[in-house]
Design a binder for this molecule. Structure first.
Ligand code: FES
Ligand SMILES: [Fe+2]
Length: 378
């Protein structure tokens, strides 16, 4: 799992006036809003004696008070008050917990889990979300699957006929498509296919035989796949967009968040059918991702089993993950497990640790050092 990536932590509507516990990257976090409604994300483990901060309460001064001895923490993670301290007593520097950058976008809280926000890939731009005439449905569920497998369930066109029964004008072979880098950590591809005139309600949307344009993009932030289908036919502007985001809870569990957006049939009555159709696909993908072995895949050392065209997106996905590892952002899971066997808790390092790496109660999770990798490869 990787640090210095923006992940979706919750839908905004699920973080209102009580603190919310979230597990991500096998660590514990608390989400809460201050008196002004601004959302914050802190490590959930109190620096005093390790009590869970999410069981505490939010105060009108904008702080979150620990459930055990009432230490109050601001959104920046520093302790502002210790109820039992004598008057005038100084608050120790280490009385603070890690606080992570939060952005509220597209009805979700995005959290940068790491210490280098300037170096992290940006949150994807989704101009359709605020655009007039678009209607969006939110959906979330957790899979018993590794996040790479969860992503791969949707990262190619070839699986569509096999898993979901969708063909291209009767053919199971998608038209040739090339993968392009949109920037260092985003890739995209697309196909344009002739389609027959649809039946029933869909014939109103696409009255004649036409070509349909589909685009697929992967953004590192949120581990987001965006599929954009010009469902009314190329050039009509009538589009259906799916955003599918994955947050690793741990190596074997992934929370999937979906946004289904459309700029046609904009009324509520069409939501039920839209969700039902899409959840059928989600379920089909989930069954495979949960059964896939090994339960925890490694970054591939070789790409010999990658074939074109079905693996074009996956190949570049692995290349992006490898870049993160080479930057030293991958959590060293075996080292972490070993370290915690003898006790102690480790946190995802937050940006404040770069200015002051001392004065913290909990150590940062160990990360795979690029030098170690280079030596092992020799
Ligand atoms: S454990 Fe949190 S204040 Fe004591
Ligand atoms: Fe799929």
């Amino acid at each position: 799992m990787f640090t210095n990536v923006w992940y979706t932590a919750a839908f905004s509507k699920d973080v209102i006036d009580t603190p919310k516990h979230v597990k991500m990257l096998d660590r514990d976090f608390v989400l809460f809003r201050d008196a002004g409604g601004t959302a914050h994300c802190l490590s959930n483990v109190c620096c005093h004696r390790g009590a869970p901060l999410n069981q505490g309460i939010c105060h009108s001064d904008g702080t979150l008070a620990c459930c055990q001895h009432g230490w109050r923490f601001g959104g920046d993670g520093t302790c502002t008050m210790m109820p039992a301290a004598p008057d005038g007593a100084e608050i120790p520097k280490a009385a603070r917990v890690d606080s992570y950058p939060v952005e509220e976008r597209y009805g979700m809280l995005w959290v940068l889990l790491g210490d280098d926000p300037e170096a992290a890939a940006p949150i994807p731009d989704v101009p359709e979300f605020e655009a007039e005439g678009w209607r969006w449905i939110e959906y979330e569920e957790t899979w018993d699957a590794n996040y790479h497998w969860a992503k791969f369930s949707n990262l190619d066109y070839v699986h569509l006929p096999v898993v979901h029964g969708q063909t291209w004008n009767g053919s199971v072979r998608p038209p040739a498509h090339k993968v392009e880098y949109l920037d260092e950590t985003s890739i995209g591809t697309g196909i344009r296919v002739k389609t027959k005139r649809p039946k029933g309600l869909w014939s109103k949307l696409r009255p004649a035989e036409t070509e349909v344009q589909s685009r697929m993009k992967f953004y590192l932030s949120g581990l987001t796949i965006k599929v954009d289908v010009e469902i009314g036919g190329a050039g009509t502007g009538m589009r259906f967009v799916v955003l599918d985001m994955s947050t690793p809870i741990d190596e074997r569990t992934t929370t999937m968040r979906f946004l289904f957006g459309r700029n046609f049939m904009p009324k509520k009555w069409a939501d039920k059918g839209t969700l039902k159709r899409n959840l059928k696909n989600v379920r089909e993908d989930q069954m495979i991702a949960e059964a896939q072995l090994p339960k925890v895949p490694k970054l591939p050392d070789s790409r010999t089993l990658m074939t074109d065209p079905e693996d074009e997106m996956v190949k570049e996905y692995w290349a992006i993950m490898t870049k993160l590892r080479d930057k030293g952002w991958q959590i060293d899971q075996p080292a972490l497990e070993q370290a915690e066997k003898s006790g102690g808790y480790h946190v995802i390092p937050s940006p404040a640790r770069r200015a002051n790496p001392e004065d913290w109660v909990y150590k940062p999770v160990p990360r795979v050092h690029p030098e170690t990798l280079a030596q092992t490869a020799k």
